[in-house]
Design a protein around this ligand. Structure first.
Ligand code: SDX
Length: 430
């Protein structure tokens, strides 16, 4: 903590010396918590300039396009690490030793199956239910199976819940897909790595399994790494707020999945591919750019812009390279939507509307094309995002719950409603 202060002088003559705290990286913060004793609130809709907590997990520099997981640049992790190693890093703060990694992978593998009864949950959904609706329900229901480890103040219970969630999300995600196409659920095969196992459960059948393809499984693993965490985004903040009430981790992750679903957040990859399909030809890009710039048109360029990145999203660059690799591997290097995306990106980045507002492609701009080229249906894109982001959510949940000073989150408001008035019987109302 620093000894710097910021003076706040109020119209009523009161003044406060507010402590200014410095982080290891990024902006300083003005600690306004002492205002709780006063009769004034801070006001910041959308939390544009509000730090809701301190954290050691992920750092973003939006102006420079920097993303660090526990200090390691996302580009290096995406290129040289693998998803389960990144999970260990996010959860424990350090890259695992060889032995630690072997034990972690073995721990995850011992939890990849779900309770057989969980399969019955799927039968309550229509086959054409959106898989995110199924995911929210099934993950929230996991707590019904694990009453043996729901004491959030018990570190062993917290660790076990984290392992179970990271291990089971691919199994549940694949079950959502299999249920939607009427194919039998596939059991995990623990001799496969995390991404291979997911692809096996998605595309294998009891009649024949998929042929492992290292380019495809590596691309899948890299997509998981890119989506693993992202500081205090909307869904992570949802998990933290739900967790601050003492709710069990499965309920908190289910709340995070629900928040991620929105098209302004994790639903943008599905919305972006649908937008590219609607554009479908480079010649039509101009009319969509015009709509995106029209203040009277609610249409936005999906996959563009970001609350924090006012430069290129570093994940988008890795995603674009991965997209190119996958398209080459599956023989779709001339994929029409990839051509549209490349042209759209070029045109937008030369247009003053986007340049002046610092709107660049974000992680969702190329992920949709890549996932589509991997054979994953559009309505499963946000499910994949939720699968990968679970480790980020549970790492933030762990960080908050293990802080003895954490308390229930309870924001206040600027009230603009009617002043007090007396009840009027219905006969006297106009
Ligand atoms: C994710 O927070 C995270 O970290 C999220 C995420 C993560 O990993 O968790 O990174 C994942 O959610 C990425 C973002 C995915 N969403 C989209 O791609 C949807 C399209 N993008 C926009 O809806 C928007 O850019 C947001 C929601 C991402 C950010 O919105 P902000 O920060 O509230 O910005 P804004 O709405 O105030 O926009 C500022 C200006 C406005 O114009 P003016 O009022 O100045 O005239 O930019 C315009 C907006 O109209 N604008 C866009 C635009 N995004 C912003 N105009 C056209 N197309 C867009 N995509």
């Amino acid at each position: 903590m620093s000894d710097q202060t910021a003076k706040l002088s109020l119209p009523n003559g009161k003044s406060f010396d507010l402590r200014v705290d410095k982080g290891t990286l990024g902006p300083d913060v003005v600690d306004v918590s002492q205002l709780a004793k006063s009769d004034i609130f801070t006001y910041d809709p959308g939390f544009m300039s509000t730090a809701a907590c301190s954290s050691k997990i992920t750092f973003i520099d939006g102006d420079k396009g920097v993303l660090l997981y526990r200090g390691y640049p996302i580009e290096q992790l995406a290129e040289r690490s693998d998803f389960l190693e990144v999970c260990y890093l996010l959860l424990h703060g350090e890259l695992p030793s060889k032995t630690q990694k072997e034990h972690f992978v073995a721990d995850i593998n011992s939890h990849t199956m779900v309770h057989e009864q969980l399969r019955n949950f799927f039968n309550g959904f229509r086959r054409d239910a959106h898989p995110m609706a199924v995911m929210v329900g099934v993950v929230g229901a996991l707590s019904a199976f694990y009453h043996d480890s729901l004491d959030i103040n018990n570190p062993q219970h917290r660790e076990l819940s984290a392992l179970r969630l990271i291990a089971k999300m691919p199994t549940i995600a694949a079950m959502c897909y299999k249920y939607s196409i009427g194919q039998p659920f596939m059991y995990p095969q623990n001799h496969l790595n995390y991404a291979e196992n997911f692809l096996h459960m998605m595309f294998g059948t009891p009649c024949e399994d998929i042929q492992p393809n290292s380019v495809i499984s590596r691309a899948m693993d890299r997509i998981f790494i890119l989506h693993a965490d992202h500081e205090q985004n909307a869904s992570t903040s949802t998990v933290r707020l739900a967790g601050s009430t003492g709710a069990n981790p499965y309920a908190c992750i289910s709340a995070g999945i629900a928040a991620l679903w929105g098209p302004a957040h994790g639903g943008a990859n599905e919305a972006c591919l649908n937008m590219l399909r609607e554009i479908h030809d480079v010649s039509r890009i101009g009319q969509f750019i015009a709509r995106a710039k029209d203040p009277n048109d609610s249409f936005r360029l999906m996959g563009f812009g970001h609350r924090v990145y006012k430069n290129y999203d570093p994940r988008a660059q890795v995603m674009r390279n991965t997209c190119h690799e996958v398209l080459e591997e599956v023989g779709a290097h001339d994929h029409p939507l990839f051509k549209v995306a490349l042209a759209l990106e070029k045109i937008a980045l030369e247009d003053d509307y986007f340049v002046s507002r610092k709107l660049y492609p974000n992680v969702d701009f190329y992920s949709g094309i890549t996932l589509s080229a991997l054979g994953i249906p559009t309505n499963m894109f946000t499910v994949i995002f939720a699968l990968a982001r679970t480790v980020g959510w549970i790492s933030h949940w762990q960080e908050m719950i293990s802080d003895p000073e954490h308390r229930i989150g309870r924001p206040r408001q600027l009230y603009l409603g009617p002043t007090q008035r007396d009840f009027v019987e219905v006969e006297q109302r106009k």
